[in-house]
Ligand binder design. Structure first.
Ligand code: FES
Ligand SMILES: [Fe+2]
Length: 326
């Protein structure tokens, strides 16, 4: 059996648990992320909420048959009702509500068309925010096109892909290797990657700017020939599986047809590359001490940045296997 990476499956941070347009007011859903059964709902007033799925009364899964009543959520088993803070506000057949009857709520934030949940191995509160993407909803940009993938790998393995310069040539068949530089900016990992792009008028420099906010949210901006953007979100599902969603946008060109054409080609290319990465991710192992060479991208720096998201590990530097002084 493939050994698991030597760090927790669910890092700390904000992770996308739903697309906003897939959770309508009054809707209740059973979802599974972070190796946990969860209930996700939207109140009739429009607030998204996430809680541990099982009712504190007798353990029903509230995501299976639960109902939104105004701003509250009703358990399908015996009708206990919980307010948006998780507190039980009604037991329809009892005179007294048991003290401490409450759902365990998760911190939730909604922006850029996504519902994010904050996961922290030690239950710590959010220590940073998911930024608003200024292009999202802008008239100057096309509406996002979405692609969702479920992959049998850890989200850090997927994150390492963007700074793995050499694989672009050998996995994706690009004829030159990009040159990436990266820096750690607190919880943000910033990468600038330059590569040569073939156009009908010859080769030109393509520039990629990537900002990863932990492992659950990232923005990748492509400029040079045409301006495009990918908003990337993800979440660990359990010990083995991760989910990633890519949302593609194009800065509008002079004609709608041209914008659509570029958008289609862009989605097809990233789709192709993602499809090529999946068999590598699903079969590789995580080497805590990889044998890196000078042409490899800033993989060591990414691993150093990643340590801050593993509060659940007692000996992070040892387990991550990256020397502190590199
Ligand atoms: S199990 Fe939820 S009300 Fe009884
Ligand atoms: Fe790749």
């Amino acid at each position: 059996m493939r050994p698991r990476p030597p760090f927790p499956a669910s890092p700390d941070g904000w992770f996308c648990v739903a697309d906003s347009d897939e959770l309508t007011p009054g809707e209740v859903k059973a979802v599974r992320y972070f190796g946990r059964e969860l209930v996700l709902w939207r109140t009739e007033g429009g607030e998204a909420r996430l809680a541990d799925a099982h009712c504190p009364h007798l353990g029903a899964h509230i995501g299976v048959g639960g109902k939104v009543l105004g701003e509250s959520l009703r358990c399908p088993f015996h009708g206990w009702r919980f307010d948006p803070t998780g507190r039980c506000v009604e037991v329809p057949y009892a005179r007294r509500i048991p003290p401490h009857a409450a759902l365990t709520l998760w911190p939730v934030a909604e922006r850029n068309g996504c519902v994010f949940a904050w996961h922290h191995a030690k239950g710590g509160p959010p220590s940073w925010e998911v930024p608003v993407v200024p292009e999202w909803g802008s008239e100057a940009w096309s509406a996002p096109v979405r692609r969702k993938f479920r992959v049998r790998t850890h989200c850090q393995e997927m994150a390492e892909n963007v700074v793995d310069d050499a694989h672009f040539r050998y996995v994706h068949g690009t004829h030159t290797m990009p040159k990436s530089t990266a820096r750690i900016d607190g919880h943000i990992f910033r990468v600038t990657s330059i590569s040569m792009v073939g156009t009908p008028r010859g080769e030109t420099e393509g520039r990629i700017e990537i900002a990863s906010y932990g492992f659950g949210f990232g923005i990748t901006r492509f400029s040079g020939v045409i301006e495009t953007l990918v908003v990337i979100t993800g979440a660990p599902i359990d010990d083995d599986w991760s989910e990633t969603t890519l949302r593609f946008m194009v800065r509008k060109l002079a004609s709608e047809d041209a914008t659509k054409g570029v958008g289609r080609a862009f989605v097809a290319e990233i789709d192709r590359q993602f499809g090529q990465d999946i068999p590598i991710w699903e079969n590789k192992i995580h080497l805590p001490r990889p044998l890196l060479c000078d042409g490899d991208g800033p993989i060591t720096l990414l691993r150093r940045w990643a340590r801050q998201f593993y509060s659940g590990l007692s000996e992070v530097p040892e387990a991550m296997g990256v020397p502190l002084e590199t």
